[in-house]
Write a protein that binds this ligand. Sequence first.
Ligand SMILES: NC(=O)c1ccc[n+]([C@@H]2O[C@H](COP(=O)([O-])OP(=O)(O)OC[C@H]3O[C@@H](n4cnc5c(N)ncnc54)[C@H](OP(=O)(O)O)[C@@H]3O)[C@@H](O)[C@H]2O)c1
Length: 273
Amino acid sequence: MFGDPVVHSLSPVIHNFALNWLGLDYRYLPFHVTRQRLPEALQGFRVLGGVGLNATIPHKEALLPLMDELSPAAVRIGAVNTVHIQDRLVGHNTDGYGFLAALREERPHLPQGVKALVLGAGGAARSVIHALLEAGCETIFLANRTEDRAVALAHFFAPADCDRRIRPMALNVDRLPWSEVALLVNTTALGLHGEMELPVSLHRLPEDGFVYDIVYGSQGTPLTRLAARNHRSSMDGLGMLVHQAAAAFAVWTGQDMPVAAVKAHLLQKNRIV
Ligand SMILES: NC(=O)c1ccc[n+]([C@@H]2O[C@H](COP(=O)([O-])OP(=O)(O)OC[C@H]3O[C@@H](n4cnc5c(N)ncnc54)[C@H](OP(=O)(O)O)[C@@H]3O)[C@@H](O)[C@H]2O)c1
């Protein structure tokens, strides 16, 4: 794992548990790599015989031009979170897959044919929008504090969104189409440290509206707790985290990650705060 910062990443715990479980002779290590030294770090890791790596903030977009080949998902999302090192460097993106795989475990009928409201237009929103488009979401209201960023993201996806399903807008709680959406997704960084200043109006969602916070916590998140108080079903981002890791694991090892055991390990060991 290359990141800056990288120290709080759960990826080493996830992958090393799965490697041990399957008896595979690899180790997954976190490396603090600054933006400036990414090309050198990649080259060094390759020379030392690394078989693959994940990238997190701030490297996901910077890796694109350093790859010899990109998966279709990496091209469409515009970012790489998984590198497979063979004769050539192949860049993948497993975040959108992880988002959708976790959602389908909880709500198999979503998001096909429904309207979704996505809060946030940062790096994680890219993968979420990609997944929602691919899975046949009818309309994606994309609301961000900085409206220009939502507009720019909609513009980025315009080639894959011929029928203009993405509607960028400002994150203005009074103007968001709460009553129309079957799925609310939080991709903002809010809630990561237990805070909840996100302007939401969950009681205005339809009664069967579903709340998906891609942030995670051992006791849920401020948003999933608020959903419960408003009698709306919800899930947090732990499943997404594990499923994106499982897809990367399959790329590197050709094996299926024991997803349920990994999730139980993360929760039992109190790895999630
Ligand atoms: N479960 C998983 O597997 C998974 C995977 C990836 C990311 N995540 C989580 O997703 C979150 C976002 O990550 P990211 O990479 O997309 O970060 P990012 O690129 O920095 O984007 C942050 C987003 O949060 C918004 N935001 C920040 N502070 C806000 C505030 N006070 N009020 C309203 N909006 C605010 C930003 O709006 P502006 O544009 O206006 O600044 C932006 O849309 C993080 O908590 C991360 O842990 C989870």
